[in-house]
Design a protein around this ligand. Structure first.
Ligand code: FES
Ligand code: FES
Length: 161
């Protein structure tokens, strides 16, 4: 069996990056364990919960279902590339103000799905929001505050443009 490592180059949070890993490594494992970006969460590991969502070439993707090799040449954003504690991204700020965060485990994935949505559609309807976050499970909030957070972020976006 060929055990030679896979090498890739990609753009991660705006910076060029190279990585080397074994062939069966998932994108989630590379991000969390290889690159130590622990903001991306591992929940189910089988594409059901959305905790592991990244933005890959502008689209939300479940990183537990991708091989790390699939990131070769792609542009990837993780939660670490969104904002910082001292300078929250407007989407993060909206989730804080509108109580879209409770335990927080689903939050990085939801923020990535929201960012991908608002980058494509700055004024989404409730139905469009629902579709965009359909893969992100939250067991705490009942979703009401999440919808309110996303609508607030969209409104803030609109006022800034
Ligand atoms: S950990 Fe990837 S979808 Fe649940
Ligand atoms: S805030 Fe706890 S799972 Fe969503």
């Amino acid at each position: 069996m060929d055990a030679s490592p896979v090498r890739i180059r990609f753009t991660l949070n705006g910076e060029p990056k190279s990585a080397e890993f074994s062939a069966e490594t998932t994108a989630l494992k590379l991000i969390r364990d290889g690159l130590k970006l622990k903001g991306t969460k591992e929940g189910c590991g089988i594409g059901e919960c959305g905790a592991c969502t990244l933005i890959v070439d502008g689209k939300a993707a479940n990183s537990c279902l991708m091989l790390a090799a699939q990131l070769d040449g792609r542009t990837v954003q993780t939660i670490e590339g969104l904002g910082a504690p001292e300078a929250l991204h407007p989407i993060q700020d909206a989730f804080v103000r509108k109580h879209g965060v409770q335990c927080g485990f689903c939050t990085p994935g939801l923020l990535m799905s929201t960012k991908a949505l608002l980058d494509q559609n700055s004024t989404p309807t409730r139905a469009e929001i629902s579709k965009a976050i359909a893969g992100n499970l939250c067991r705490c909030t009942g979703y009401h505050h999440i919808f309110a957070s996303i609508e607030d972020a969209a409104q803030t976006n609109k006022e800034r443009t």
